[in-house]
Design a protein around this ligand. Structure first.
Ligand code: AVI
Length: 326
């Protein structure tokens, strides 16, 4: 672990080493079907493209969840309670957090956790500037692995994990259970979890959200290849892959793929990876849940559901859960 002082925020840095990234990418590309972790979307450009996705007319989750947090913000804040330590997994630009922070003037501290170091530092500085009395303790980490929480100056009453955005949907069942258990461990015995979960709905609405008319999601998907070219010296030809997003009814999920438009070889760290013409590379799964479907997943992971808030059209849900008794 490295600690860096950057202006007014001290960053705890658990970012994985380069050799681990190369190993992970090669192993994922040697599987059938080939796949890549969605974690690799989020370099500087990927994070910017994702911010653009959130503004798209077709991408309903962000504005719907924001509306739920606005309408039910007071209830959510009272569930979190006084003097809590708020730990946000995958904090990104920390935009939605502001809706919660505005209603929690007596928070013990805010801990944003993200893999994208530059985004994390920028967001932590911006939150510190907007909330001068709030202690902000950023952690750069792959949050799927357990990590140590920084100690705030004032002892918190409890730990509450905040995980908006329906990123839980990007994890397959076992990985989702594993992540919810990591959250349970981080939150401890008296802990809470406020989590955004996208809901199952009609297929055209879902497919349009992941294949927008302006092509921003296509650019976001292809950018993962550019990221690997730069980060680990791969030589993907971006012109030779196309974006695809389809609903997979057996799994209740949108699948984002990159399809190889010709037979081609790609070299990564001296290893040659062959793509057949028409071969699919799976870049992301976006699982959608019913309210009860998500509750049973959470209950299998050590959480007990307490309250669910939804918009009038039932597009999106925000759950509040508490740690189950050990
Ligand atoms: C981050 N995550 C919740 C987004 C989603 O909707 O699954 C990622 C995304 N991929 C394409 N568009 C948005």
């Amino acid at each position: 672990m490295r600690t860096r002082q950057s202006s007014n925020v001290a960053l705890r840095d658990y970012h994985p080493a380069q050799t681990l990234l190369v190993k992970d990418v090669l192993q994922s590309l040697q599987r059938t079907p080939k796949q890549l972790s969605p974690m690799y979307f989020y370099d500087e450009r990927g994070s910017q493209l994702f911010d653009q996705i959130c503004e798209l007319p077709e991408y309903y989750p962000t504005r719907t969840e924001t509306r739920i947090l606005e309408v039910h913000g007071d209830d959510i804040a009272s569930r979190i309670g006084s003097n809590a330590l708020l730990v946000e997994f995958g904090s990104g630009a920390s935009q939605k957090t502001r809706l919660v922070l505005d209603r929690l003037p007596d928070l013990a501290a805010y801990v944003p956790v993200d893999i994208s170091r530059s985004h994390l530092i920028a967001a932590a500085k911006s939150i510190s500037t907007s909330y001068p009395g709030l202690e902000v303790l950023p952690v750069c980490a792959d949050f799927t692995q357990s990590f140590a929480l920084p100690k705030p100056a004032s002892a918190p009453s409890r730990v509450v994990v905040f995980f908006p955005g329906s990123t839980i949907g990007n994890f397959d069942r076992d990985a989702a259970i594993n992540l919810l258990r990591v959250m349970r461990k981080v939150a401890g015995p008296n802990g809470g979890l406020v989590i955004g979960v996208d809901l199952i709905k009609d297929i055209p609405t879902l497919e349009r959200a992941y294949d927008d008319a302006a092509g921003v999601t296509a650019a976001f998907n292809l950018n993962v290849l550019r990221h690997l070219n730069r980060e680990i010296g791969a030589n993907f030809d971006l012109q030779s892959f196309r974006h695809e997003a389809k609903w997979a009814p057996d799994h209740n999920r949108i699948e984002m793929h990159l399809v190889s438009m010709r037979a081609q070889d790609v070299t990564i760290a001296g290893e040659k990876i062959h793509f057949a013409a028409g071969e699919h590379l799976v870049t992301e799964h976006c699982h959608k849940y019913s309210p009860n479907g998500f509750l049973s997943l959470a209950e299998a992971s050590g959480w007990v559901g307490q309250e669910i808030w939804m918009d009038e059209r039932r597009l999106f849900s925000v759950h509040y859960l508490e740690s189950a008794v050990d």
